[in-house]
Design a protein around this ligand. Structure first.
Ligand SMILES: NC(=O)NCCC[C@H](N)C(=O)O
Length: 305
């Protein structure tokens, strides 16, 4: 069985293949119903607009059937164990797309329970299908990922983790993260992505201030300040995040840079409306690419059965 729980689960060929298929789907390249006969569970324990719709619509467009579960539907809520839940679901479903916002370990438990592909639709640690959408967006916009120069501004959250693990696969990529002090990438993710960057000929750096941001960027990327399932430990956190707002000033040395955002956005917090709604923004094309990358991820899982 194929599982997509972390970007690190994918070989380079897997990753490149999924992104290429997603880009093709984005150009209208769906031929037939490659998931005919598949039954997918769509289980979201946390709110979702893009990811849940992308996987539901994507599965249906590919010819699969779906069963959706909301946060209160399964007996997990009344104390049934993760293991027992996985044993039952894997006897009935071919695929399970799940958003936990809790530990990724739960998804690994379901993956081990039986013959059912598990897709991580976002956990506390990582948001791998967002990274697939982001890579698809880069390929569709620039025609490549290799050699791009990206600035990520904001919390080192699940989106940032997946992005760092994905982008550092590509030679020549320069990824600089500017994360608020105390809200950086998890040290294990930073170490893994930095080691990968060294071996692939990419460059990954993280700093905790906004002084001297790089110029000649291709992309400026941000994320909202309130990551699902997290809380800020001190009341002054907004003061810590305020210098990390994405404003037009960041474009000073990078007139051609595009703006990306995993959304939902909070105009006036992590980004000004001028940037999000301005000519450099490709954030809503990026959101649409979630559909095509979800389709490619589902197809990849199903092809491995
Ligand atoms: N594109 C998305 O999946 N957006 C949902 C929220 C992502 C954000 N990193 C969060 O955890 O809140």
């Amino acid at each position: 069985m194929r599982h997509l729980i972390s970007i690190s689960d994918l070989t380079d060929d897997d990753l490149h293949g999924i992104v290429a298929r997603a880009a093709l789907f984005g150009e209208g390249g769906l031929d037939g119903r490659p998931l005919e006969g598949a039954l997918a569970g769509i289980y979201f324990r946390r709110t979702s607009t893009r990811t849940r719709t992308a996987f539901s619509a994507g599965a249906l467009r590919l010819g699969a059937q779906i069963i959706t579960f909301g946060p209160d539907d399964l007996q997990l809520n009344t104390g049934e164990s993760t293991e027992d839940t996985g044993r039952v679901l894997s006897g009935m479903l071919d695929l399970l797309v799940a958003r936990t916002a809790d530990a990724t370990a739960e998804l690994r438990g379901w993956a081990a329970a039986g013959p059912m592909s598990v897709v991580n639709a976002m956990s506390a640690e990582e948001h791998p299908t967002q990274a697939l959408a982001d890579l698809t967006t880069l390929v569709r916009h620039f025609g490549r990922v290799e050699g791009l120069r990206l600035l990520y501004v904001g919390e080192g959250n699940n989106t940032a983790a997946a992005l760092a693990l994905a982008l550092t696969r590509y030679p020549g990529v320069v990824l600089e993260l500017r994360t608020p002090p105390g809200y950086g990438l998890r040290p294990d993710v930073l170490a893994a992505a930095a080691a990968q960057a060294r071996s692939r000929g990419a460059v990954l750096t993280e700093r905790h201030d906004m002084a001297g941001v790089p110029e000649e960027l291709d992309v400026v990327y941000t994320t909202r300040w309130q990551t699902t399932g997290t809380s800020k430990p001190t009341p002054d956190w907004r003061e810590v995040f305020a210098p990390f707002q994405v404003t037009p000033a960041l474009w000073h040395g990078s007139p051609k840079a595009v703006f990306m955002h995993d959304l939902p956005a909070h105009r006036g917090e992590e980004v000004t409306a001028e940037v999000l709604d301005g000519p450099a923004s490709i954030a809503f094309a990026q959101a649409e690419n979630k559909l095509y990358s979800a389709m490619a991820a589902l197809e990849w899982c199903w092809a491995g059965r």
